[in-house]
Design a protein around this ligand. Structure first.
Ligand SMILES: Cc1ncc(COP(=O)(O)O)c(C=O)c1O
Length: 468
């Protein structure tokens, strides 16, 4: 899980009219108050801001291309829903992360994982953070050298630890005393002495967007600093022959927009490791990305500078690394859907139903997250119709964009796109209602590469067993 918590519901649109501006109390509203004039000039009903599109996009006579590929044509060729990733955008964010944090920076695979993504991140010089045996399996299948993998998880099984140790993963991030017990048992079994980081929980609440926090004291993750658990874990691990302690890890939460939240974590962690002199500290991921009109966020470079300078100020001499996920992949992708049903309820709301939903992007339903929607046949068109973009699942909560603004000539059969959907959509998807998961394409230089094929109805039967 990307460790987001459920925010307050977003403001409801004016029925059948222009979309409501964000409330000043909402995260978007607070950011709107703080941001500069360029962002303040964005109106919800304006054409989609280009800055929410992947880097390598062009608009010609309203039609949107990404990586030189026309999105409406891609939908025709591959069907919908379809995840379209700008491969050069992904590469550029990986390179930016390596420049900001050095060669030990890891891509957090939970944000979006497949063989092609693991290979791309590895080829751009990133390590890969895998949070389960499944992510480990995919990374190894992609040919990523095991010593470039970081194995995470708050409840790793003996099987997952054994698989990681057998493969020779570069780091295991130890999350609990029970895991230290399992590593002792594994050492007795195999003689292995893996290199580990201990996950410290700094007690920092990252108040930013309406999201909290994994770094607060009340968390299932890690060894809490304030209770003395972190120091006890460090003493125990350093005295153990079952592990080699190389450093400490901390992750304060996701969708964090304020550098000051990271600086608070740095101060706590720096003080906690000071008696031990570790080689390496990873500050996890969590950098926020703008999803909707009016939002802005620091770049990876700015985040890196903020973390590194907070570390210098705190006297940290260890190598400082990080594990970005969302900030690498979120804005690289748009998801394409086909509009199937438009239901207008006069004076109440317009529902635009598409052929996907909570099974390809559960974030709206889980966290009340905001997105934009637009028509790639008319990318620059004003979006004057307030509507809710909903999916095809048997749930009223199956909403993709609660307060969307779309061109008023939207029609059944249109291809509708949601930008900034590259993170925690495909990876958190499901087969709810036995809906097959969408295909994923990478586009670059006018070429399309199918990297994950669409599931078929037969795939839905793949694990079924015949009656005895
Ligand atoms: C330990 C850890 N590292 C890295 C990440 C990646 O966070 P993000 O995608 O917000 O950058 C997460 C997300 O939950 C995490 O739990």
């Amino acid at each position: 899980m990307p460790d987001e918590t459920t925010p307050a519901p977003s403001p409801v649109s004016a029925p059948d009219g222009p979309r409501a501006a964000p409330s000043p109390d909402s995260a978007a509203g607070r950011l709107a108050a703080a941001r500069g004039p360029a962002l303040a000039s964005e109106e919800p009903s304006s054409p989609l801001p280009r800055r929410l599109l992947p880097d390598n996009h062009e608009v010609s006579q309203g039609r949107l291309t990404v990586g030189g590929c026309d999105l409406v044509e891609l939908a025709k060729a591959h069907g919908t829903p379809l995840f379209v990733y700008d491969a050069e955008h992904l590469r550029s964010r990986c390179r930016e992360a390596v420049a900001a944090f050095g060669p030990d920076v890891a891509y957090a695979a939970k944000a979006f994982m497949c063989v092609a993504m693991a290979r791309l991140a590895h080829s751009e010089g990133m390590c890969i953070d895998v949070a389960t045996g499944g992510e480990l399996h995919v990374a190894l299948a992609a040919g990523v050298p095991a010593d470039r993998l970081v194995l995470h998880g708050n409840n790793k099984s003996m099987g997952e630890l054994r698989a990681g140790v057998r493969a020779g993963v570069g780091r295991i991030v130890v999350d609990s005393f029970d895991e230290l017990d399992r590593l002792d048992a594994l050492h007795a079994e195999t003689g292995a002495r893996p290199r580990v980081l201990l996950r410290f929980t700094p007690g920092v609440e990252a108040h930013t967007h309406e999201y909290l926090v994994t770094g607060a004291d009340d968390s299932k993750f890690g060894f809490t600093v304030s209770t003395g658990a972190a120091a006890a874990a460090m003493e125990r691990a350093r005295a153990s022959s079952a592990v080699e302690v190389v450093g400490v890890h901390s992750h304060i939460g996701s969708q964090v927009f304020e550098a000051s939240s990271f600086a608070k974590a740095v101060a706590v962690i720096a003080a906690a490791v000071e008696p031990y002199g570790v080689d390496e500290i990873s500050f996890g991921g969590g950098l926020g990305v703008p999803y909707v009109v009016g939002e802005s966020a620091p770049t990876i470079t700015e985040w890196g500078e903020a973390v590194q300078s907070a570390c210098r100020a705190a006297g940290v001499t260890a190598r400082v690394t990080a594990e970005p996920g969302r900030s690498i992949v979120a804005a690289a992708a748009v998801t394409l859907y086909t509009v199937g049903t438009i239901k207008r309820i006069p004076g109440v709301r317009t529902y635009v139903a598409v052929d996907g939903g909570m099974s390809d992007n559960p974030r709206t339903m889980l966290y009340g997250s905001g997105y934009e929607a637009f028509l790639p046949r008319a990318t620059d068109a004003p979006r004057e119709l307030a509507a809710s973009v909903v999916g095809k699942h048997c749930e009223s909560g199956d909403v993709l964009v609660r307060d969307a603004a779309v061109p008023s000539d939207i029609a059944v059969g249109d291809i509708l796109a949601t930008p900034v959907t590259g993170a925690y959509g495909h990876s958190m998807g499901s087969n709810y209602n036995k809906v097959p998961r969408p295909a994923v394409v990478f586009v670059a230089g006018g070429e399309t590469r199918l990297v994950v094929r669409r599931e078929t109805h037969d795939d839905l039967l793949a694990c079924e067993q015949p009656e005895a």
